[in-house]
Design a protein around this ligand. Structure first.
Ligand SMILES: Nc1nc2c(ncn2[C@@H]2O[C@H](COP(=O)(O)OP(=O)(O)OP(=O)(O)O)[C@@H](O)[C@H]2O)c(=O)[nH]1
Ligand SMILES: [Mg+2]
Length: 302
């Protein structure tokens, strides 16, 4: 029996559907998904099996023009993920086509693509007429020598099977990198913080999701088999604290309930989740916040 294993980095513009694709490949929600851009902040690995091949998918933050320190650290993490991978899959949104952002990523690929295969996945094909797709595939292939092109809908699952099979065949021969039943390697406290951040992001408007972060401060196992999880939501201003709490605390209550339900489902046991909001005007410049997110603080230097 010849086993294969390796890392497959999913890259693309914010909102391209990278996390959705990772979750579909793994068959579980490992990485959070929202309709807003810049949801994923660090590299998140998810493991999938295809025959004798172990595919370790690396979800990355979207690639965009960074402005803040956090943006720079996110973009560095994304390119770093691509540089460490055996295979890179670039996701491009079918209905948006070759945007300026996609052009910039193609430039970056000239270097990162050296020494590894790069596949193109045109995603969200459910949003366009099939006629557009061939033209877009041709255009993109004229700009970069992709090893293969796939038309997929990460959300609905179209084309995902073909992509997985192709990736399995392209990975190097070698022993598996994770135990067969492992699907993720992010610590549970981080997964739990991400779940809360997802629920907050879905409820908060405009810039607020980009100005907050969530950390799991403590995790206690209880004798009855349940877990007590304490998390802190860091915001930058007093006004933001009020928005996160909501009238009579209704927003934070709803967020807490939704996050707890998801966490309980993931762990298959009871969870007591306690959320606290703290104002920390400078959290975007604190190295500890970055290590909690799984990002390199130094990468955020201008
Ligand atoms: N119609 C449609 N929507 C999709 C598809 N794949 C993903 N989406 C939606 O696109 C939005 C962004 O998906 P994500 O998976 O969070 O995108 P991402 O690339 O991880 O985004 P960032 O983490 O911000 O870089 C979500 O609302 C998804 O439900 C698809 O195949 N079709
Ligand atoms: Mg994402």
């Amino acid at each position: 029996m010849t086993t294969r294993a390796g890392f497959i980095a999913l890259i693309g513009e914010p909102n391209a559907g990278k996390s959705t694709l990772l979750n579909r490949m793994v068959g579980a929600k490992v990485s959070i998904v929202t309709h807003k851009v810049q949801t994923t902040r660090a590299r998140i690995r998810g493991v999938a099996m295809e025959g004798e091949a172990q595919l370790v998918f690396v979800d990355t933050p979207g690639l965009f023009k960074p402005r803040r320190r956090l943006d720079r650290a996110m973009v560095a993490a994304a390119w770093g993920g691509a540089a460490d991978a055996d295979i890179v899959v670039l996701l491009v949104e079918a209905h948006r086509g070759v945007t300026e952002g996609v052009e910039r990523i193609l430039e970056g690929l000239e270097e990162i693509g050296q020494g590894r295969k790069v596949a193109l996945a045109i995603n969200k094909i459910d949003r366009v007429q099939p006629g557009h797709l061939l033209e877009l595939a041709k255009d993109l292939n004229a700009r970069y020598a992709f090893a293969e092109t796939f038309m997929i809908s990460a959300e609905r699952g179209h084309g995902v099977e073909d992509l997985r099979k192709w990736l399995a065949g392209e990975l190097p021969e070698g022993p598996w990198l994770y135990p067969e039943d492992q699907i993720a390697d992010l610590p549970m406290r981080m997964i739990a913080a991400e779940m809360t951040r997802e629920k907050l992001t879905l409820r908060l408007h405009q810039e607020l999701p980009y100005q907050m972060t969530v950390e799991t401060e403590s995790w206690q196992e209880r004798k009855d088999g349940s877990a007590r999880v304490d998390q802190i939501i860091y915001v930058m201003r007093d006004g933001h604290k009020g928005i996160v709490l909501g009238k009579g605390g209704e927003t934070i209550k709803a967020v807490s309930q939704a996050a707890r339900a998801e966490l309980e489902e993931f762990l298959d046991r009871k969870v007591h989740l306690f959320l606290q909001v703290k104002v920390r005007p400078n959290w975007l410049e604190e190295s500890e916040r970055y290590s909690e997110m799984g990002l390199d603080f130094k990468d955020g230097n201008a």
